[in-house]
Design a protein around this ligand. Sequence first.
Ligand SMILES: Cc1ncc(COP(=O)(O)O)c(C=O)c1O
Length: 389
Amino acid sequence: MQTATEKLKLSEISPRIMQSEIRAMTVECDRVGGVNLAQGVCDTELPPQVQEAAIRAIRDGFNIYTRLDGIAPLRNAIARKFAHYNRIDADPDAELLVTSGATGALHATVMALLNPGDEVLLFEPLYGYHVNTLLSMRVRPVAVPLAMHTWEIDFDRLEAAVTPNTRAMVLNTPINPCGKVFTRAEMERLAAFATRHDLFVITDEIYEYFLFDGAKHVSMGSLPGMAERTITISGLSKTFSITGWRIGYLRADRRWLGSIAYFHDLTFVCSPSPFQYGAAAGLVELDDTFYAGLSTEYEKKRDLLCGALRDAGLTPLVPTGAYYVLADVSSIPGATAKEKARTLLAKTGIAAVAGTAFFTGGRGEDLLRFCFAKKQPDLERACAALRSL
Ligand SMILES: Cc1ncc(COP(=O)(O)O)c(C=O)c1O
């Protein structure tokens, strides 16, 4: 029996933050024993150097809290990576923070920089955690749609979305779910826009090494004049296939870093110590061929999945980055994307995510998102099942 009470109730924000549709599909997929292309869990192998260094760290007793900004070997390795790959200068002692994944990095950044009622611009299709992290801190996400299918920026709409309360934009490149990689020219226009409106730019570059058809990753923080207002967030979940380890990082100007680190400490204390050692070993020991290999390997997986989708009569919107494909599934029976996802699961045993999870305003009903970060035999099995549609 429920107690009649005024005070035993959820917070105002809780009912607005739903269990993600991705998790719901995963549960349903497990129930029917299907192949899960819904969740972005890459179950591919992690590099042996990374694995061995973490195990060694546990055996060697590195099992206690670390410094709140992370262990020195990892911060030094991240600084070198920022200089080499992203063309960003980062002082490992004052401008870098090792975080509990890119997720923890965004959480701490929002806590440190934004106030309830502030507005933050994001491009749509969106990654749900970005929206919900903002909402959980009473910050207002303002979605600006990219052109459907071409994913071009409508700069007029972007300008029109700015109000006196706009404080920041969240910029994900390559984008989960559509795989758009922002070009240098687009980045330069966005940098000018952010500067003109005096906004922070909070990036999410977690898929920075998953690039296809010759696409190049450009970091906002590397553009002239953008270092102070850009918080560059990335992590190793995807690059090293260690989503469960919770190793991410950010680079911020020293004016912001202390406060971001403080809030990260308050929630997470530190990233898991032995995994920081594992990640550091990977960054030190793996060279450019490893990272280039990711693009080659995942481009093949992309092509395999897109081919199977076409054979099944679906239309893939071929991505140039990240490891998801949005596909037009108008031909699958069902009134909504959720119904189409359930029909597909029932007919083929393949779980995908309803496109509506990535859009506001009723868009995405004809789309499903498929993840191709799968071990090769599982992906081949999934492709054969799709072809049976
Ligand atoms: C765009 C994006 N950012 C962040 C994450 C999560 O990153 P992390 O594991 O580092 O928290 C994901 C995972 O799916 C993602 O798609």
